[in-house]
Design a protein around this ligand. Structure first.
Ligand code: SF4
Length: 430
């Protein structure tokens, strides 16, 4: 459940079980052990987790259900009270979760193993391996920022990372498995280097030299950590894609202050301009929280106008969710959920207009596309470097290949594009 970081860890946990002789089964198949890697970024995520556990228990009444992840870290006893849960383990236990679950599964009563945030000091190395095309590689964990709405740093501990050399070794394993694209992920990814005295740029440079990986994407980076050097490096690299995901959260400096974010709208706009100067075709995705306490109509209009001005390719919209233990809980001037929903709808409309316009601007151009294995309606899909989704007639020989594709037309009223492969120009390292 949850973010790309959790996804990479879930895949690594699954490998622990497979190396222990277990076979992974589908969600509708009977299982002996179910492991839930939970998320707790919003109230909705907590509810979803409880529902999934109940569903797993109904489908596998005799299975051992073990829950780990951020919800288990923050409120272990809440999860222990959910019918069907046998074992609750902290984020510290992920490194040897397989062993823990096996040694604990005999006992036949619910067991809770919690730990304090201050004890979250170990680093669980992880990358995903169950997707043929791209892998999510965890490079950093934890966060030292204290944004007023966020519980992640309580669930994940302080910012830490493994040495660049260890990350490179994992990227080489991913390349050896035949995957061509890596998405580097973390909690505060750009804060890489905090515990090793290295920098995020050191990491990018080292990864750029890994044989066999042809593309990298940075899953997300805080605006105050997106330096000119990083921008210049990505612009000059033929492997780091022109795709940036940068959390804004609000287009109002008053609200950014209340959120305890580390930049102003002017600083944010300056980062966007720097990216666009170096990579005019860059896809910029922005996170926005709607309905934060104190967000009056005027403050929301400021956010809306700011988004129109910086014109990102995509807006990830999150209605504010009050999280226990965060400063935002005690803040005055709460925004009614009905008002927040109206604001979400307005931003969703703006997002689909901007997303479509971004793709339309690329029509007629030829772009490199890495094709995935999914087939739908006789078509297959892939993404350009700057994250435009392209569809072409299905051809199994194109899976996991990078091809030059002419972007021909918009696909219906979506932001997808129909493409034409210049078959003569198929490029592959095989
Ligand atoms: S930067 Fe802020 S929002 Fe992001 S994980 Fe850290 S505390 Fe949470």
């Amino acid at each position: 459940m949850g973010c790309k970081l959790n996804f990479s860890e879930s895949s690594a946990i699954a490998r622990q079980f497979e190396e222990g002789g277990f076979v992974r089964v589908g969600p509708d198949d009977e299982a002996d052990i179910c492991v839930v890697n939970s998320c707790s970024v919003t109230e909705h995520a907590d509810k979803k987790c409880r529902n999934i556990i109940r569903k797993l228990h109904r489908r596998n009444p005799s299975a051992i259900i073990a829950v780990t992840g951020c919800y288990a870290q923050l409120r272990p006893n809440d999860l222990a009270a959910v019918e069907g849960v046998d074992i609750v383990l902290s984020n510290n236990d992920k490194g040897d979760l397989y062993k823990r679950v096996l040694e604990l599964s005999e006992r036949g009563h619910t067991q809770v193993f919690a730990c304090e945030t201050s004890e979250l000091t170990s680093f669980f190395s992880a990358f995903s391996s169950n997707d043929r095309t791209r892998a999510f590689l965890k490079v950093q964990d934890g966060c030292d920022y204290k944004c007023a709405y966020c519980t992640i740093h309580y669930a994940r501990g302080s910012s830490r990372n493994i040495p660049v050399a260890d990350v490179v070794a994992q990227a080489e394993r991913i390349a050896a498995a035949g995957q061509k694209e890596i998405v580097i992920t973390g909690v505060n990814t750009g804060d890489f280097g905090r515990t090793t005295g290295e920098t995020f740029l050191d990491l990018l440079r080292a990864l750029n030299d890994v044989e066999g990986i042809e593309r990298y994407r940075i899953s997300s980076i805080e605006p105050n950590l997106l330096t000119d050097d990083i921008i210049a490096f990505c612009a000059a690299s033929d492997k780091f894609q022109h795709h940036f995901h940068i959390p804004l959260q609000s287009g109002s400096d008053k609200i950014l202050g209340l959120m305890r974010r580390r930049y102003t709208t002017a600083k944010f706009a300056d980062r966007i301009e720097s990216v666009r100067r170096a990579m005019p075709d860059a896809f910029i995705g922005i996170d926005v929280i709607v309905g934060f306490p104190g967000e009056t109509e005027l403050e929301f209009e400021r956010t809306y106008e700011f988004l129109e001005r910086v014109s990102p390719a995509y807006i990830h919209i999150f209605p504010f969710s009050e999280r226990p233990g965060t400063p935002a809980v005690d803040m005055p001037d709460k925004v009614p959920s009905s008002v927040a929903s109206q604001r979400v709808q307005r931003l969703e409309k703006l997002c689909s207009e901007l997303h479509r316009k971004f793709a339309e601007n690329a029509l007629g151009k030829t772009r490199k596309v890495l094709f995935e294995s999914t087939m739908r309606g006789g078509y297959m899909f892939g993404f350009t470097g700057n994250y435009i989704r392209v569809k072409v007639p299905y051809d199994r020989t194109m899976i996991n290949r990078i091809c030059d594709v002419e972007l021909v037309a918009m696909d219906g009223d979506s932001a997808d594009v129909s493409g034409r492969i210049n078959a003569s120009e198929v490029t592959t390292t095989e």
